[in-house]
Design a protein around this ligand. Structure first.
Ligand code: NAI
Ligand code: MG
Length: 396
């Protein structure tokens, strides 16, 4: 059989260390693939004026599957200040390469599972009715629409006249903003399309069916954001009735859902939301199962798929002589890649190895020991990225 080719995109900061860890684990677990390196991130912004070079886009077009570490992003002005002086004056404006990647390949379905590992000292605990300590077992999969909504970048400060005129046709705009000078207006739009909404809903319901989840929860705010959230909930009701009658459809508002995070997170199964609310609710659930060291994700399009931990490049830990960060989020992201590629046996073995290491509790990175990250944590008993990786490999 021809070996698969995976595009590896380490990016910046700790991206390389965690990606190396994942590749070691994939290798040890017997996953056979060719890996091609692709450039992405801050270095390529600084030296080429483009954090997502065309050659990287071409590699993803050709090979379809990407394993991505993390990148560093900085605000517009800071980005301009770090641009190589030979590139000045070309009107280059920094924008996040991961957001661009999602839009370019229409990676519209983002999946973020948050599952409790037994024995993880970072698991959320609370008091029960008889004052006992409860450690709810969380098994939630968040489906976040990844390309539209508030993050799609259709926005203006001091909007052009044509835009302003369009808004002025809306009675609520006139009621609230009639007398605001144009230069005092900033507008960010929240656009949902039926096509993308249908795709994320369908992916969520299908996942619930395939993996035996009882419910799909639409987590939006349809009582207030009537058009976009309202459309998503209405389409979910129709889809549930017509195609997924055995799955319960629940409806929560994003604000209430954040409150329920600590009250009854174990009750939820699949959650589906638009771009920003999906981002928020997935970080919320990630906090209950150990935080950024554990939060993995998949970005799926029709053609291309990119797998990445949800954490960033953690620049303050990037140049440590021995890397201290937790590689588990990156390794579980690569497990999602294996599942996507149909390599379920290898995926299962790696997941089990991770569970065993966490449950045994002998090898823990600094975050699992609730330490503040610094180079001395290794002396104080924390496992390095490499030691955690080796511990997982030993359990395979
Ligand atoms: P971050 O996720 O890089 O780090 C936040 C904190 O979380 C770190 O200081 C560290 O304490 C902890 N942390 C992160 N990953 C960890 C790991 N694997 N193990 C243990 N602890 C870990 O987010 P921050 O500091 O807000 O952003 C740093 C840079 O990363 C920024 O330039 C930001 O734009 C970028 N970023 C990139 C993302 C991506 O590539 N998808 C996502 C989020 C941020
Ligand atoms: Mg986020």
């Amino acid at each position: 059989m021809n070996k698969r080719t995976i595009v590896t995109l380490p990016g910046d900061g700790i991206g390389r260390a965690v990606l190396d860890a994942a590749l070691q684990v994939l290798d040890a677990a017997g996953f056979e693939a060719n890996y091609v390196h692709a450039d992405i991130g801050w270095e390529f912004w600084k030296h080429e004026g483009n954090p997502l070079p065309q050659r990287t886009i071409d590699l993803l077009k050709e090979y379809k599957t990407g394993l991505f570490g993390a990148i560093t992003s900085k605000p517009k002005d800071a980005a301009a200040a770090e641009l190589d002086s030979k590139l000045n004056g070309r009107g280059l404006i920094y924008s996040s390469p991961i957001v661009k990647l999602r839009q370019l390949f229409n990676l519209d379905i983002c999946i973020r599972p948050c599952k409790t590992y037994k024995g993880n000292p970072l698991n959320f605990i609370r008091r029960g009715t008889h004052n006992q300590i409860e450690e709810p077992e969380i098994n939630v999969v968040i489906f976040r629409q990844n390309t539209e909504g508030l993050y799609s970048g259709v926005e203006w400060s001091d909007p052009p006249d044509t835009i302003l005129q369009a808004f002025q046709t809306h009675p609520k705009f006139m009621a609230n903003y009639r007398d605001v000078p144009k230069s005092d207006l900033s507008i960010s739009t929240r656009i949902f399309t039926k096509n993308a909404t249908r795709r994320i809903l369908h992916a969520a319901f299908s996942h619930a069916r395939q993996y035996g989840y009882r419910s799909v929860t639409v987590c939006e705010k349809p009582n207030v954001i009537r058009e976009t959230s309202g459309m998503m909930y209405k389409m979910a009701m129709e889809m549930q009735k017509e195609e997924f009658p055995e799955i319960e459809l629940w409806n929560t508002n994003i604000d209430a859902q954040i409150m329920w995070l600590t009250k009854n997170p174990e009750n939820y199964g699949v959650i589906v939301a638009g771009n920003m609310f999906g981002d928020i609710v997935s970080d919320g659930f990630a906090g209950l199962i150990g935080g950024l060291g554990f939060a993995c994700s998949a970005n799926l399009g029709k053609d291309v798929a990119v797998f990445e931990p949800t954490h960033g490049s953690a620049p303050k830990y990037a140049d440590y002589p021995v890397s201290i960060v937790n590689p588990i989020a990156m390794i579980t992201s690569s497990v999602m890649m294996l599942e996507h590629l149909g390599e379920t046996v290898i995926a299962g073995r790696i997941s089990e190895a991770i569970s065993k290491v966490i449950e045994e509790g002998k090898v823990r990175t600094y975050d699992m020991l609730k330490m503040t990250g610094n180079p001395d944590v290794i002396k104080q008993g924390a496992a390095s990225t490499e030691e955690m990786t080796r511990a997982i490999i030993e359990k395979l």
